[in-house]
Design a protein around this ligand. Structure first.
Ligand SMILES: Cc1cc2nc3c(=O)[nH]c(=O)nc-3n(C[C@H](O)[C@H](O)[C@H](O)COP(=O)(O)OP(=O)(O)OC[C@H]3O[C@@H](n4cnc5c(N)ncnc54)[C@H](O)[C@@H]3O)c2cc1C
Length: 286
C-alpha cells in the first residue's frame, strides 16, 4: 500500500529483539495519563513508522505493553508515546524520569491508510486515549493538506480534565477547513463545551457520505456506536477504518494471544477496514 510517499516502516531485524532507549522527556497530560519522549539516536536513520503503528515498551524486570506511537512520522527520532496508567507495566512506566532506560520493540502492526482519503473529506473520531494513535495520522494529513478536503475531528473524554493535547486541539481548530468538535461525558463548573458521548456530536455535522473516509479509535463500545452512526449516515463500510487495541503479548503473530480465527490483531491489525473486523466487534477478547 502506498502512503503518500512516506518512508516504509523499518523495524529491528529481529522483531523479538528489545532495544534499550533512554527517556528524553516525561510529561503528564492528565492526572493518569502521561507522555514519554524517547531518545532514538541509537537507531540512526533506520527507524521509521507509519501513523497507527505501535511499539512494545518494556520495563526491565516488570514486563511489556503495546503502546501506539503518537508523534509525527516525519520526525521519527523524536518518538512519543502517550500512556494511560492502568496496571503493572503502565504504572512502572509512570515512574520513569528523564535518562531512565526502557526497552522497545517495533514498530509493529498495520497503519491508517491515507491514500483512500486523497481528494476526499476526512472524519477522525476518537474516544479517550484513542486520540493518541490518531494524532500521527492528523500530522500526515496536515503535512499534505491540499490532498484532502474538509477534515473533521470528533473527540470525547470522560471529563474536561481527561482531555488530551488541549493546546493542539485549539491549534487545529484555527486551521482552515478543519473542524474540531469536543465533548465530555461529565462537565465541571469551568466547562462551557458540549456534554454527552462522542456520538452525540454527529447532530452538529452533515457529512458527504460518498466522499468521507472515517478513522475511528477508542473503547470498543464507543467504536460500535460510532460505526452504527457512520453507517446510518450512509458512509459505506469500506470507507471506515478502526484500530482494535486488544490485549496482546508477542506483537508479531507467534503466540496467538490476540488471534481470532485466521486474524492476528497484532500483525494483521491493529488498524483494519471495517468489513475485515465487523464480526470481531461482537466477540469479547480472551
Ligand atoms: C495496538 C495497541 C496499542 C495501544 N496503544 C496504547 C496507547 O497508545 N496508550 C495506552 O495507554 N494504552 C495503549 N494500549 C493499551 C495498553 O497496551 C494496555 O493498557 C497495557 O498493556 C496495560 O498494561 P499494564 O501492565 O499496565 O496493565 P495490566 O496490569 O496488564 O492490566 C490492567 C487492566 O487493563 C486491562 N488491559 C490490559 N491491556 C489491555 C488492552 N490492550 N485493552 C484493554 N484492556 C487492557 C487488563 O485486562 C486489566 O484489567 C494499546 C494496546 C494495543 C493492543
Amino acid at each position: 500500500m502506498r502512503d503518500n510517499g512516506q518512508p516504509l516502516p523499518v523495524a529491528a531485524a529481529d522483531p523479538m529483539h528489545v532495544h534499550p532507549v533512554a527517556i528524553r522527556k516525561m510529561s503528564w497530560e492528565t492526572d493518569d495519563t502521561f507522555s514519554l519522549q524517547l531518545d532514538l539516536r541509537e537507531f540512526g536513520e533506520s527507524f521509521h513508522f507509519r501513523p497507527g503503528q505501535f511499539n512494545m515498551l518494556y520495563v526491565f524486570g516488570v514486563g511489556e505493553s503495546a503502546i501506539s506511537i503518537c508523534s509525527d512520522p516525519a520526525k521519527p527520532k523524536s518518538l512519543v508515546h502517550t500512556i494511560h496508567r492502568v496496571g503493572t507495566v503502565t504504572s512502572a512506566l509512570a515512574h520513569m524520569k528523564r535518562g531512565d532506560v526502557i526497552g522497545i520493540r517495533g514498530p509493529s502492526g498495520s497503519f491508517w491508510p491515507v491514500d483512500p482519503a486523497v481528494g476526499k473529506d476526512v472524519c477522525i473520531i476518537a474516544g479517550g486515549i484513542g486520540l493518541a494513535p490518531l494524532r500521527p495520522l492528523l500530522y500526515s494529513l496536515l503535512r499534505n493538506r491540499k490532498s484532502y478536503g474538509r477534515i473533521v475531528i470528533m473527540y470525547g473524554a470522560r471529563t474536561p480534565l481527561d482531555l488530551l493535547y488541549r493546546v493542539e486541539l485549539e491549534e487545529w481548530r484555527k486551521l482552515e477547513n478543519v473542524e474540531v468538535l469536543v465533548t465530555v461525558d461529565r462537565g465541571d463548573s469551568s466547562w462551557k463545551g458540549h456534554i454527552g458521548v462522542v456520538t452525540s456530536l454527529f447532530s452538529y455535522l452533515k457529512l458527504d457520505s460518498r466522499s468521507t473516509i472515517a478513522y475511528v479509535c477508542g473503547p470498543e463500545m464507543m467504536m460500535k456506536f460510532t460505526l452504527e452512526e457512520l453507517e446510518r449516515r450512509g458512509i459505506a463500510e469500506h470507507q471506515i477504518y478502526l484500530s482494535m487495541e486488544r490485549n496482546m503479548k508477542c506483537a508479531v503473530g507467534f503466540c496467538g494471544h490476540c488471534q481470532f480465527g485466521p486474524t492476528f490483531i497484532c500483525k494483521d491489525g491493529p488498524v483494519f477496514m471495517l468489513p475485515h473486523v465487523r464480526q470481531l466487534l461482537d466477540r469479547k477478547e480472551l
